[in-house]
Design a protein around this ligand. Structure first.
Ligand code: ASP
Ligand code: MG
Length: 473
């Protein structure tokens, strides 16, 4: 029994033409897979509008909330107008959309009265886009002659109570999913499941976090013991760099789970970061494909892809950072300095993105999000006041406006010469590297450069590390 879970992202269902294109892809795949599950996001922009609507109401800007609601309604009505012929199906959809909007109106009214929107309220509101869209996509599939039914993921994915970033209880979700979806498969029905949303054990709507529809697809694939997961988006797969920075960025044919984890961590908006969790332990291949170029294979993500030795896979950046340095000769051989230092950072709620310490132990440096710079310096100074007073630590200082450039590739493992190529390229481009870190997993090397050099650094590394070596597509 072959099972495929396919997820279509916001831009893939962002217009009537796009939805029709998805319907064609689904009909085509239905011929090759016995069990097919479709997961859909809200139409692009809708989740943002819903959130805006709730915030406006909380700020007592009822007029704006009303206006946004009208826009949301109009966009969906126009969509079905373009896709579904007049008749019972269309009238039913119109009724469904109006009902959802009437509910939204009620929520908005109560938010306005209360003057605030709770995380729980926000989940109920922000998930409306998926609820409406699943019904639209299922209706379009029926129009095209496929048996299809919209299914709310509140019936399938059971989570904890962390509204806006809920964690699934996998055992409960598996049980629920197994009850609902296989009977539909047996009747030849293609379920169109709402991405992003879920429910806690009392049935109250939760969400998996922004961009969470990818995660929905992976969770369902796990619960169904599926064979593959395909994430349909608007680019030809995972790219080797941000195409706005490197116009010659290319789709990566194959990636490992570890690499895609690094990429997600380093800010590439490829997949919701939790997506690979359910599939990684089963080594279930996950594809990223382009709705608007469906014949292109896209990127295959799996446990152990073929690698050319010495190959760099992708280069990416994290911006808006500061690099902090704690320096002083008195730190040599004194245990516990780093622990206290990072304790002081953690107390400010700042997460540390990269750490580097020379073995002479005269300085520790690390990067944090720029917005935390001042409070983190103060916090370390307080923690280290005795050492500062005694002169064991000379100073704690920050260099602002820095970017981490991260070079990712499991082909770098145990291969000498890769860093030489990277630094050679940066040297030629006359770019100063402020700090360096390489994890012992050797999947990535991270460099800190000034913001003003970041784009040039990415281009130089891409040109010398990716375009001129490695695979040819
Ligand atoms: N619609 C949700 C969002 O915009 C979930 C998703 O698209 O994956 O965050
Ligand atoms: Mg997304």
């Amino acid at each position: 029994m072959k099972t495929l879970v396919m997820k279509f992202g916001g831009t893939s269902v962002g217009s009537p033409d796009a939805i029709q294109q998805c319907a064609e892809i689904i009909s085509h795949q239905k011929k090759s897979w016995q069990n097919l599950v479709v997961v859909v996001s809200a139409m692009s922009g809708i989740t943002n509008l819903l959130i805006q609507c709730a915030r406006s109401a909380a700020n007592n800007d009822y007029l704006n909330a009303k206006q946004v609601m009208a826009d949301i309604e109009q966009k969906h009505l126009n969509t079905i107008d373009a896709l579904i012929p007049d008749g019972a199906e269309k009238s039913a959809l119109e009724v469904a959309i109006r009902q959802h909007l009437a509910l939204l109106d009620n929520y908005i009214e109560s938010i306005r009265v209360m003057g605030e929107v709770t995380p729980r309220g926000m989940d109920t509101i922000s998930s409306l886009g998926e609820r409406i869209n699943a019904q639209i996509v299922a209706a379009v599939l029926r129009k095209d002659g496929l048996s299809s039914q919209a299914v709310e993921a509140t019936r399938l994915i059971i989570t904890d109570n962390t509204f806006q970033n809920a964690a699934p209880h996998m055992d409960l979700s598996r049980e629920a999913t197994q009850k609902v979806l296989p009977p539909l498969f047996q009747q030849g029905i293609v379920p169109v499941v709402t991405g992003f949303l879920s429910a806690n054990q009392s049935g109250i709507t939760t969400t998996l976090g922004r961009g969470g529809s990818d995660y929905t697809a992976a969770i369902l694939a796990d619960c169904l013991d599926a064979d593959e997961v395909w994430i349909w988006t608007d680019v030809d797969g995972v790219l080797s760099a941000d195409p706005r920075i490197v116009p010659s960025a290319r789709p990566i044919p194959e990636l490992s789970f570890a690499e895609v984890g690094e990429l997600a961590y380093f800010g590439a908006k490829v997949l919701h970061p939790k997506t690979i969790r359910p599939v990684v332990s089963r080594d279930m291949p996950l594809w990223v494909k382009n709705t608007f170029n469906p014949d292109f294979p896209g990127t295959r993500i799996s446990q152990n892809p073929q690698r050319i030795q010495g190959e760099i896979t992708a280069v990416t950046t994290i911006r808006d950072l500061s690099i902090l340095t704690v320096e002083g000769r008195g730190m040599l051989g004194v245990p516990g300095i780093a622990a206290r230092c990072f304790g002081a950072v953690a107390r400010q709620g700042a997460s540390v993105l990269m750490i580097s310490q020379s073995s002479s132990e005269q300085s520790i440096c690390f990067t944090i999000p720029a917005e935390h710079t001042l409070e983190v310096i103060q916090s370390i100074e307080e923690e280290m006041s005795l050492e500062l007073h005694r002169g064991d630590i000379d100073r704690v200082w920050a260099r602002e406006n820095v970017t981490i450039v991260s070079v990712i590739g499991s082909g770098m493992r145990e291969i000498p010469g890769v860093s030489a190529r990277i630094f050679g390229a940066l040297g030629k481009a006359n770019i100063n590297v402020i700090a360096i870190a390489q994890g012992s997993s050797e999947y990535s090397i991270s460099l800190v450069v000034n913001d003003k050099d970041a784009k040039e650094a990415v281009r130089a590394i891409h040109a010398h590390g990716i375009e001129n070596v490695g695979w040819e597509v």
